[in-house]
Ligand binder design. Sequence first.
Ligand code: NAP
Ligand code: ZN
Length: 348
Amino acid sequence: MPSTRALSLPAKGAPFTPTTIERRSLRDNDVRIDIRFCGICHTDLHFGHDDWGGTFFPLVPGHEITGVVSEVGDAVTEFGVGDRVGVGCMVNSCGQCVPCASGEEQYCTEGFVKTYSSRDHDGTVTLGGYSQSIVVADRFVLRIPDDLELAGAAPLLCAGVTVYSPLRRWQAGPGTNVGVLGMGGLGHLGVKIAAAMGAEVTLLGRSPKKKDDALSFGAARFVDTRENAELTGLAGHFDLLINTVPAALDLDTHLGLLGLGGTLVNVGAPSDPVASYNVFSLLSARRGIAGSSIGGIRETQDTLDFCAKHHIASEVEVIPADRVPEAWENLSGVRYRYVIDVATLGTP
Ligand code: NAP
Ligand code: ZN
């Protein structure tokens, strides 16, 4: 079986170790991809720290993958050698259930197979994009539009679609007021995409030093969430709040920012249960609390195409593989996504 260089966490709490891993021989519907870039998503840290339990070690994280097709299986018709492609958070699903049949593989009733730390249908454990090559079934491979650079496109495969999906579902657009909570990888793309959809966007964050960036990404205003007066000044203002914060929020305060029928959508994924809320925060204005998980394959392609059309890419800091441990220690220091140049992993 072909081998490839990768960056692996051998066990919880152990340091990153450069290593060599195997990738499967091509099946008829497989695409082999030479990975060029892989984003560092906060979810990688949740898995590395085993925040949610059940991480498979050794762990090769990474689900914001872009690269170039190097080989295709006999039955592949949609992709050819040299195509610029991407892989996001999913590499398999049952393909039969109602969500799969309707292009929402992320809600597969059997659970989708994650790009890393998942047991695939053949019994193997998946290994992600902190590596130089990956083999993925064609129905989970995305096309990167010509107008997008591979580095800036990589975070769109997870962070981008994760904000794009709820913005579409809750109909962000002209005349709607959208608030984005937290401006890291997901949040900064949330601001850019919601603004491109025509919504009025407010960034709600705890780091005023990010204010100028938020405005340059298309936000109409920045609100410091540590200042109660600033928050309460926006009571009832929003149609939609997208919460990207990976920590529990004061729900009653934030629900109070929603107008009639407004929805708070959680995409951030703290390991602890979120705090309780007063039910009057909901029923007094028919408000809702929801959650949203990444996006289906079709919607991920829509995200890439939408971003290309609107000249949206992730802000990235491209780093070599030996800086990954430092990047993990300082994720909130980046503006706004670390992306690994996997060529720096060396040769097998
Ligand atoms: P990130 O780049 O680390 O950004 C997180 C942002 O949250 C930062 O801007 C940070 O603000 C802010 N923040 C952190 N702790 C905070 C707190 N206690 N109060 C207020 N703000 C706080 O993370 P990311 O990659 O965007 O991911 C965000 C979350 O989404 C993670 O939990 C990740 O697992 C989850 N996620 C979910 C999905 C899904 O399908 N639903 C997909 C991808 C990721 P500062 O800049 O001020 O530090
Ligand atoms: Zn992610």
